[in-house]
Design a protein around this ligand. Structure first.
Ligand code: G6P
Length: 606
């Protein structure tokens, strides 16, 4: 949610800020803006929509200055308009913000009593107005920013720039991530290491409630008590090149295609060539746990749902799965034999981070499965398992999902082994099946005709129903989510067995029904559910292997033929048709696949 950057440089900063914003545009693309100190005075440029619009504006209305801040917005309060775009300026102060100021209505009232009116729909504007008011009362820029920060409730990463102050940015963090980067007599600020990667790899992550006074030569960080403090400077390599599509039309297409190789790399990371576990930290003795909690959001949550089947079935470990935004508000009891596991591609999802914090100190062990290893969730977890998917740019998660599943299955097998729930022979069989996955993925990617034809059919629909049973049920959910996200077609997922308890009323000869049905011990039951649909003239697209498709008979409308795969590992392979159906549907509809409307890749507000 919202990307923030800041630069105190010896060169013109507008191009540097735009380049840095490009790298965090995945955080939001509702509007973008810059503020600089131009000949001693604050100046701003803002535009609605993607960053490219700001770049165009800067061609016609250049922005001079060697110090500045920038923002790319994912709207929370107020529509994506110029008026609501950041930086928000009030008199001598410009502010960029990621997060939500929960007491902004109280602050508005307070400002009103002082005769100061708000002119935007945002929560952020109140910050600029408060700080400017303090300056007008005689406070210095730093004093005004600090006094303002003390009044804010909610979550924020903030940067202040002040008229007349060419060598000063004040930054603060509470909840939302923020990093300070060190250059050669230059200083940088960014929402993450990716933003700052071409500028520096020397970073300090601010901790919650930190306030930073940044000049070109120095940074002073004050902790929650206002004490000047030292935060470590870390060397973090986030890859300096601008991401590229390597000849693919979209990042999503490229990331789908990368799955065989990233999953292969992951298997090599966590398994030896002769099928033993490696690089799995020894202090997790699964025997010590009597319960596993799995928490995530969006696609990561569906990975958790698949993992529940694995951990319960193979490792005989009771599992509770929850969406991060619900989890902590249930105030669930956490026993001291509980392993709490958090799944997040970005490692910054605010709800998942808060769920982790809720479990810290209560659970016997916290563990996270992340892609971004210097993220807040990674830094605050007891243990981390990187999924090593590489940079994922497409807002709809693809390769991160299959990598999350792969790590979760390896952990489930390790748990089963530690708890002696499976013998050596079974373990070897399962590991052999896992090792087949990259080849099977490649085969599935080489034969995309079925999936493209099915997607054309789906692209004409207004609603789509996804069905799945057992391990295929979460895959049906993932298929429906992907379709909604990038094609804007309404899609619902149901457990096939639940169909007759309501959703069957939706079936007519218009609505496509995608049935995800890898062979398994519930496959026959899925076939019965399929008959229930066909009896009501439902149009079924069956995703299964040759045997499954033959068993379904001739009444199905279309099929997507998958390679034969062992039932246990099938979700990792069947993620591909779920992704491809959505991808080709969106291609047919001509929607913005990599940056779908209203979405952002990293969701740092609750
Ligand atoms: C957003 C993204 C989804 C992602 C979810 C969780 O909604 O659009 O693709 O699955 O956040 O993100 P995380 O980074 O925690 O995996």
């Amino acid at each position: 949610m919202c990307g923030i950057v800041g630069v105190l440089s010896n060169h013109e900063v507008a191009p540097i800020l735009v380049e840095a914003l490009k790298r965090v545009e995945y955080r939001g693309y509702d509007s973008a803006g810059l503020a600089t100190i131009n000949a001693g005075h604050l100046d701003c440029r803002r535009s609605v929509g993607k960053l490219i619009n700001l770049s165009d504006l800067l061609v016609h209305e250049p922005l001079q200055g060697k110090s500045g801040i920038g923002h790319t917005r994912w709207a929370t309060h107020g529509e994506p308009t110029i008026k609501n775009a950041h930086p928000h300026r009030a008199g001598k102060v410009a502010v960029v913000h990621n997060g939500i100021i929960e007491n902004y209505l109280d602050i508005r009232e307070k400002l009103k009593r002082r005769g100061i009116e708000c002119t935007t729909d945002t929560d952020t504007e109140t910050i600029a107005l408060l700080a400017n008011h303090s300056i007008s009362q005689g406070k210095t820029a730093v004093e005004a920013a600090f006094a303002t920060l003390n009044e804010l409730k909610g979550a924020f990463a903030l940067a202040f720039l002040f008229d007349g102050e060419d060598d000063l940015i004040v930054a603060a963090r509470k909840g939302s991530p923020l990093a300070i980067g060190y250059g050669d007599n230059e200083m940088y600020l960014g929402s993450d290491a990716i933003a700052l990667a071409p500028l520096t790899d020397r970073l300090t992550y601010l901790e919650d409630n930190d306030k930073a006074v940044i000049t070109r030569a120095n940074v002073e960080i004050y902790d929650a008590n206002g004490t000047l403090t030292n935060r470590p400077v870390k060397v973090i390599s986030a890859g300096t090149g601008q991401p590229d599509k390597s000849g693919f039309k979209h990042y999503m297409e490229k990331e789908i295609a990368e799955q065989p190789s990233v999953v292969k790399g992951l298997l090599q990371q966590y398994l030896t060539t002769n099928g033993h576990f490696k690089d799995i930290p020894l202090d997790i003795g699964f025997r010590e746990f009597d319960r596993l909690i799995l928490v995530g959001c969006g696609t990561a949550f569906y990975a958790c749902l698949v993992a529940k089947y694995w951990f319960e079935r193979i490792a005989r470990l009771p599992v509770e799965v929850d969406i991060a935004s619900e989890f902590r508000y249930r105030v669930p009891p956490i026993g001291n034999k509980t392993l709490a596991l958090f799944v997040s591609q970005s490692g910054e999802t605010a709800d998942t981070l808060e769920a982790l914090r809720y479990c810290t100190g209560k659970a016997a062990q916290t563990l996270s499965i992340v892609n971004v290893t210097d993220s807040s969730i990674a830094r605050e977890s007891g243990l981390i398992f990187p999924i090593q998917a590489g940079l994922e740019i497409g807002v709809a998660s693809t390769k991160a999902f299959t990598c999350q599943l792969t790590v979760l299955l390896i952990l489930a097998l390790k748990a089963a082994f530690d708890k002696e729930a499976i013998n050596d022979a079974h373990l070897s069989d399962h590991i052999a099946s896992l090792k087949d996955i990259p080849t099977l993925m490649r085969r599935a990617l080489d034969h995309k005709d079925d999936v493209q034809a099915a997607a054309l059919h789906i692209s004409l629909a207004r609603d789509v129903l996804f069905l799945g049973r057992g391990l295929m049920y979460p895959l049906a959910m993932e298929g429906a989510l992907k379709l909604k996200e990038i094609s804007y077609i309404h899609a619902e997922a149901y457990a096939s067995g639940e169909l007759k308890h309501g959703p069957i009323a939706l079936i007519d000869n218009q609505i496509p029904i995608v049935m995800m049905a890898a062979p398994s011990d519930v496959f026959r039951k899925s076939l019965s559910n399929l008959q229930e649909v066909l009896a009501r003239k439902g149009k079924v697209i069956l995703v299964s292997d040759e045997e499954g498709i033959q068993a379904a008979g001739h009444e199905i409308t279309m099929s997507v033929k998958m390679p034969k795969v062992s039932p246990l590992v099938a979700p990792i392979l069947y993620a591909l048709p779920a992704q491809l159906l959505a991808y080709y549907t969106a291609v047919a509809k001509g929607t913005d696949i990599d940056q779908p409307r209203n979405l952002a890749k990293s969701v740092t507000v609750e």
